[in-house]
Design a protein around this ligand. Structure first.
Ligand SMILES: [Zn+2]
Length: 608
């Protein structure tokens, strides 16, 4: 017979579920909650120290006999969900509760926008030393309070004492260990949060607001109710203009002063303004379009900055902000100048748009003013007339940019897009035209690059054309190759031949006249001198005059040796040397090809 655990566990006020489970484990003698619940399926989803423990139906099975708590009580009294739920939509709340009761927590924080806010990581293990002493006295056991774990809570809302934090790095991988705040080994890893005297008051107010949100356990407040209440707070600080627009610079200034009274570390570093003179984007979202999920700390911080308490934030009023009435009052009482300008310019035939451009007031606002002043203004056309539609269509098809079309047709850019949405075939047609134009541009660019003799593969658009326009590309590559060949054939060979032959003659004369030991006049030497070696090697057939000139001027070996010997004899005589045939040939650096030196010398002299 199962007699149950044999003890009763009394849940404490504002105790976290993890604290309750830790105390349960101590009574059963286990060292960690995971060990204590190892035989329970999905125990890992509710034994972790986290904001949204899941599979709570299973924990209910274990805890109800000893604590008397069912799942609903566990969620509303021992998890952080009551802190989040005023700022959720009813659908989000239903989904979250269902997931916490009987599913795992996969994707939960993502859907609630907590991952995006990046504030969830600042849910820390914190405690208030005064609370610990008080709990010990009152309940005989110190425990973890939910409110101390909330991001933005650095001060105990009950004792106005700075909290102590367990080193996040140390506790990170110990989320399933059953620590209680009085454990000896926690002392070494607990740090007191540093709070200056200036920050103390502001942090206390924020902690009290967080405690209100958590303790009330109230139903979801609608986003527009929260927005209206925040705007009302902003209006009280003159941060909303008479036309209902936010006054961004005073708002940024106010927030900048507000954040100076808060710590710059931890969660506050994620929330403070990034740029001077600019309100953080989350503030503008809450005041303008609070769609989707926002972290409660966003709402609470802004409410505190606007000096609203939780009741001010949560109050539901049946009457909306009397914005149009206030505009009417302003128009008649304070904005007489604008009213006068509006009347005068409208009577002169100017449109509201033109008046708006002069006065810097939006057309919608001017329209409201005009109605209040009894001016008969035409209602802004909500239907695009067929002729205008056709005009916009034609201009789009002709390939003009959207902004250009808007200017030419005197409509807004939004209207151009409206026409695009209305004309179902237009979008496909424009898309086809765009592709066509793109292809034409690429083809043109390819041809231009090829004609500059860029290799086909090196052209910018080769890869795109190869993938999307291969037939054209292949044809073009061959065709352009032919053009390139023709271009190389247009060299005027006859005139080059004439010109080069003259230069050969001049070159040979200068070589012969050059002082010093004579060099043999050959095709190679002339080629080197005229920088035309390649032409002589490869294109001599195209240069007949040059060919004849080279034949006529280049020396045979005997002619060259004869010239060398003449030079050598002259040199030796100039030095008054007595020399024979062998000395002469040696001085001329000539090796006789056959026979002795004297006979070769005689042969050369005779030939000459
Ligand atoms: Zn305390």
């Amino acid at each position: 017979m199962d007699t149950g655990p044999g003890f009763f566990l009394s849940p404490f006020p504002d105790e976290t579920l993890h604290s309750l489970l830790s105390r349960y484990c101590r009574l059963t003698g286990f060292a960690s909650v995971r060990q204590a619940f190892s035989n329970v399926e999905h125990s890992y989803t509710f034994t972790r120290n986290t904001s949204f423990p899941c599979h709570l139906k299973e924990s209910e099975r274990l805890l109800k006999p000893v604590t008397g708590l069912d799942t609903n009580a566990l969620i509303s009294r021992h998890t952080l969900l009551p802190y989040f739920q005023p700022f959720m939509s009813p659908e989000q709340l239903v989904m979250t509760r269902r997931q916490m009761e009987s599913r795992n927590g996969q994707g939960l924080k993502m859907r609630l926008g907590l991952i995006a806010s990046s504030l969830e990581r600042y849910v820390r293990v914190r405690f208030c030393p005064v609370c610990l002493a008080e709990d010990d006295q009152k309940h005989g056991q110190a425990y973890w309070h939910r409110v101390h774990q909330l991001p933005g809570v650095w001060i105990c809302p009950h004792h106005v004492q700075p909290l102590s934090i367990i080193e996040p790095v140390w506790i990170r991988d110990k989320a399933t260990r059953c620590f209680l705040p009085t454990d000896d080994n926690l002392d070494a890893h607990a740090l007191a949060l540093e709070v200056s005297a200036i920050q103390r008051d502001r942090l206390y107010r924020l902690a009290a607001l967080s405690w209100s949100a958590l303790d009330r356990d109230c139903d979801p407040l609608q986003h527009h109710v929260l927005q209206q209440n925040l705007l009302r707070g902003a209006q009280a600080h003159a941060l909303v203009s008479s036309t209902g627009r936010l006054r961004l610079t005073p708002l940024a200034d106010m927030l900048s002063i507000y954040f100076k009274g808060l710590p710059s570390a931890g969660e506050f570093s994620r929330l403070c303004p990034v740029r001077a003179k600019q309100a953080p984007s989350w503030v503008l979202k809450l005041l303008r379009k609070p769609r989707g999920a926002h972290h409660p700390l966003h709402y609470l911080l802004l409410a505190d900055a606007l000096e609203l308490n939780f009741d001010d934030l949560a109050v539901q009023r049946s009457v909306q902000m009397p914005m149009s009435k206030s505009i009417a009052t302003k128009v008649t009482a304070k904005t007489g100048g604008l009213a006068h300008t509006l009347k005068e310019m409208y009577s002169e035939g100017h449109s509201l748009r033109q008046i708006g451009a002069v006065t810097g007031v939006s057309v919608s606002t001017l329209h409201v003013y005009a109605v209040q002043l009894g001016i008969h203004v035409r209602a802004r056309p909500s239907i695009l007339l067929p002729a205008l539609r056709q005009q916009i269509r034609d201009q789009l098809v002709s390939g003009k940019a959207f902004s250009e079309v808007a200017t030419d047709c005197s409509v807004s850019l939004a209207s151009v897009y409206r026409v695009l949405r209305m004309e179902t075939d237009l979008k496909d047609m424009l898309s086809g035209l765009r592709v066509e134009r793109d292809r034409e541009n690429r083809r043109l660019r390819f041809i231009m690059e090829r004609e500059r003799n860029t290799a086909a593969h090196a052209c910018t658009d080769y890869a795109w054309l190869y993938r999307n326009d291969r037939v054209w590309l292949k044809g073009k590559v061959q065709c352009i190759r032919k053009i390139a060949r023709k271009r190389t054939a247009v060299i005027d060979w006859p005139s080059l031949d004439r010109e080069l032959s003259l230069r050969i003659r001049e070159c040979v004369s200068s070589l012969r006249a050059r002082p010093g030991k004579p060099l043999r006049i050959s095709v190679a030497l002339i080629g080197r001198e005229l920088n035309s070696s390649t032409l002589f090697e490869k294109k001599l057939l195209l240069l007949p005059i040059c060919s004849l000139e080279l034949k006529a001027t280049c020396e045979t070996l005997d002619q060259f040796h004869h010239r060398r010997i003449e030079w050598a004899a002259k040199e030796l005589r100039a030095r008054n040397a007595i020399f024979g045939a062998a000395t002469l040939l040696r001085f001329a650096a000539i090796r006789p090809p056959e026979g002795n030196a004297a006979s070769y010398l005689m042969k050369l002299i005779n030939e000459a």
